[in-house]
Design a protein around this ligand. Structure first.
Ligand code: PPS
Length: 797
């Protein structure tokens, strides 16, 4: 209970127009000249006060009613006075008003005097006692003296007293109309002139609805909720629009804009045929790409036939376009054509403006003649169409093993980092996407916790599973991978993965191959490295040898699936050609695909192979061999159709010049060196197995900016992945660092490279993670453990 003394420095004077004054004056005459007493009241609506706080002082609220109660027992002696004094109807309201006013004014810290001409009384509160919902005021009231008659009566005036009422005046103005519900006396409480227009405004149903809504907590929350939903909807819509337009730009459904001279084109059907020449050339170029990927076996003969079909399809398209445009009687000078999804499957990025160079002389009037013309790959380049394309940034790279994939990874990392793109990095700072498990979307950091809204590039080691990758990556992503000749690859693998169970007992690769698979147990962890590793990485069953009955069927199925799921397959043996092809497919620049050879073995750890060893490898890895043969052929088809041999030669020499310049600028010794000679531990590649993996030293005489650029070029996979993870998820990276510190000291003792401690930390984290992640997968525990280690490349068997 709290008691507050009122100071009488708060006064309210109220006046009404003269016409009403006399009426009220007469009523006031009936009031005894002087009286005093105690009025107590119960606040009927406690919620009101909270509501007022929520809605502010000007809110239109129904005020709480302070019902007059008999005073408490100790005040009983005053009761009579009140009752005696309550002669006029206005007085009860007045008291009620006063008590409520004082109650709601933060503890009634100010005193108050109400002078009511209409009621003919003057009330003075001398003391108030307030409880949470109860108030008693001690008041004194007297009849108005005649001097009031001479005062201005045609106005209403409100003066604020000097009490500590804070915002009382504002509150009074805002709430005064509410009091009119009390009728009688409260009717007098009209606002001062400057506020009257507000009162006079008709309160529309909408306004009152809004007011009511805003001033009820539930309604208020409801409105917030609705606004939130609307915001989310708008945001989603805008994001969708942006995505659609960006996918259009990046090859999803390109809008080809034609700048067409209306004098020449589309005014007649004949001109439409002329348009065909140019449009078809573009379409052929795109469809030629999709033909390469959509059809498993591409022969040069079949290629010409396919091109003719493409032409036929585009004849229809052009004629439709032309007739459509004709109806607009030559008004149209530019057209917009949406390519079919099929035609765009490869996502060449041919989205920009296609400026048509068609001239009358180039075009024949005879459409049939054009259709019967079967373009050869080289003739494609004679078409007069110049495309400016948009660089692609939605990319999936299946990083296969021992295929120069680390060099490509470095290219992608640099491209993405310099453009602030988001990488689909392995969970918990792993270097691989939980290889050798088939990929699942939740292996990617930021997927389960929805930290990342859009991924641009996915490129770490994984066992490919398209359906899951598609859950993470945008629909218009460009899928590519790289293959290496299975013989060279097997030689590299045998050295690098020397300690896997399959190679354990063999003293040489020949010995392993001669054992006819006796040393190979497919169910033993990590043995997959020894057999058809390419097929395995692409997600297929790798346990097939040349003598298997279903080898043809299995290889065909694998090839068809790869053709379907990948836009481009590169070949490690033609690395430079591959980079030029990639540059064209992604619409990148030459600088974007420049690189230094990474993860290469020192010559000391290479073993020359005998001719019959090569044959044995082809038989042992028959599935990989067939896949490689097929994509080696299609690779050259793509070179012909997309770039052309001459252009390829030109661009390769440009690339090599650029590479040589960079090597001169960036590298200390002009080339790769053994790990023992690498000065900066952070640039030392991970060493494993019997291989000695080389790295680079930076030229010490370069400026800071060049150094940063050069450093990126030679940063090994693990370090670069680690850095990108830290950039993308700084808080998670900090947690993992903390976990690293907690790894037992004896384990850190075995850390020979700077990477080891980091990897151990990941392992500690991964142990927890794997229990959750892989609990549903049918993998033996040993596999899980080794997998963890293989991820970190620490204890790889
Ligand atoms: N630019 C270029 N051109 C040709 N070959 C190259 C290139 N870059 C790397 N390499 C060779 O690729 C082998 C390493 O492959 P990866 O990086 O895919 O290995 S890993 O699976 O990531 O460990 C490794 O092969 P080996 O040396 O035979 O082991 C590298 O020498």
């Amino acid at each position: 209970m709290k008691e507050k003394n009122l100071r009488t420095d708060e006064s309210i004077k109220l006046f009404k127009p003269k016409s009403e004054y006399n009426k009220h004056k007469r009523m006031a005459d009936a009031i005894p000249p002087v009286n005093h007493g105690v009025a107590c009241g119960q606040v009927s609506d406690l919620k009101w006060d909270r509501q007022r706080r929520l809605c502010g002082p000007k809110a239109r609220l129904t005020p709480p009613k302070v019902s007059l109660y008999p005073p408490p027992p100790h005040q009983e002696r005053h009761r009579q006075h009140i009752i005696d004094a309550d002669l006029a109807p206005g007085k009860a309201s007045l008291i009620q008003y006063m008590t409520t006013l004082l109650y709601t004014k933060e503890g009634a810290e100010g005193g108050a005097v109400i002078t009511s001409v209409s009621a003919g009384i003057k009330m003075k509160v001398t003391r108030a006692l307030t409880w949470p919902s109860y108030i008693c005021i001690k008041l004194r009231f007297s009849q108005l003296s005649p001097r009031f008659e001479s005062e201005r009566v045609n106005d209403t005036e409100l003066r604020r007293g000097k009490g500590r009422g804070g915002r009382r005046q504002d509150w009074d103005r805002g709430d005064r109309r509410s009091w009119s519900r009390d009728g009688g006396f409260a009717e007098m409480l009209s606002p001062p002139r400057r506020w009257r227009w507000i009162r006079d405004q008709p309160v529309s149903s909408v306004t009152s609805c809004v007011r009511r809504a805003l001033c009820s907590r539930h309604h208020y929350l409801l409105i917030l909720l609705v606004l939130l939903v609307v915001c989310i909807a708008i945001q989603t819509f805008v994001a969708h629009q942006a995505r659609t337009s960006s996918s259009d730009k990046l090859t999803g459904h390109p809008h080809l804009r034609f700048t067409v001279n209306k004098q020449y084109l589309f005014s007649t059907l004949q001109n439409a045929q002329k348009g065909l020449h140019s449009e078809s050339s573009l379409a052929i170029k795109q469809d030629a790409w999709s033909q390469r990927t959509a059809e498993p076996h591409h022969q040069r003969g079949a290629y010409g036939k396919a091109s003719a079909n493409i032409l036929l399809r585009h004849v229809d398209k052009i004629i439709n376009l032309a007739t459509g445009v004709q109806t607009e009687s030559g008004k149209v000078s530019s057209g917009k054509l949406r390519l079919s999804k099929h035609g765009n499957k490869l996502g060449l990025g041919l989205t920009g403006s296609f400026v048509l160079y068609s001239s009358r002389n180039d075009l024949t009037a005879d459409t049939d003649k054009q259709i019967s013309h079967t373009p050869t790959p080289s003739s494609l380049h004679r078409f007069h169409a110049k495309a400016t394309c948009q660089p692609k940034s939605h990319i999936v790279f299946l990083k296969t093993h021992k295929t120069a994939s680390s060099t490509i990874l470095n290219i992608l990392y640099r491209y993405g980092e310099s453009r602030n793109l988001t990488f689909a990095l392995p969970l918990n700072k792993h270097s691989q996407l939980f290889y050798p498990f088939r990929f699942a979307s939740h292996f990617v950091e930021g997927v389960s916790n929805r930290r990342v809204r859009e991924f641009h590039i996915m490129c770490n080691h994984m066992r490919f599973r398209k359906s899951e990758v598609a859950k993470v990556m945008p629909e218009d992503s460009f899928y590519f991978s790289i293959l290496r000749h299975p013989v060279a690859m097997m030689e590299s693998i045998f050295i690098y993965y020397r300690s896997i169970p399959a190679f354990h007992r063999a003293h040489s690769l020949d010995e392993f191959l001669d054992s006819n698979g006796r040393n190979y147990n497919s169910s033993v962890t990590n043995n997959h490295y020894a057999h058809n590793i390419l097929a395995f990485d692409f997600g297929f069953d790798n346990n097939v040898t040349a003598d298997a009955k279903d080898i043809e069927e299995k290889s065909s199925l694998a090839i068809v699936a790869i053709e379907r799921e990948f836009h481009l397959i590169l070949i490690s043996e033609y690395f430079d050609e591959s980079m030029i092809l990639l540059k064209h497919a992604l619409c990148w620049s030459l600088e974007d695909v420049v690189s230094f050879k990474l993860n290469s073995r020192s010559e000391r750890t290479r073993r020359p192979l005998l001719p019959n060893t090569a044959e044995k490898i082809k038989r042992w890895n028959a599935l990989d061999w067939k896949i490689y043969l097929h994509f080696n052929t299609t690779f050259w088809h793509k070179v012909d159709t997309l770039v052309g041999r001459e252009q390829m030669e030109r661009e390769i020499s440009q690339l090599r010049v650029l590479q040589a310049e960079l090597a001169k600028t960036c590298l200390k010794d002009g080339g790769a060196v053994d790990p023992s000679q690498i000065k900066d531990a952070g640039l030392k590649p991970f060493q494993y197995g019997a291989a000695v993996i080389q790295g680079y030293n930076l030229n010490p005489h370069i400026d800071r900016q060049t150094k940063a650029k050069c450093q990126r070029l030679i940063t090994p996979e693990l370090q670069y992945t680690d850095r990108l993870y830290t950039q993308q998820f700084p808080d998670l990276a900090a947690k993992l660092r903390q976990a690293t510190r907690m790894v037992p000291a004896q384990r850190q003792h075995s850390d020979r490279t700077g990477m080891m401690a980091m990897a151990l930390g990941r392992e500690a984290h991964h142990r927890q993670f794997k229990r959750r992640t892989f609990s549903n997968q049918k993998a033996p525990t040993s596999a899980l453990l080794t997998h963890t280690e293989s991820n970190n490349r620490i204890n790889m068997p």
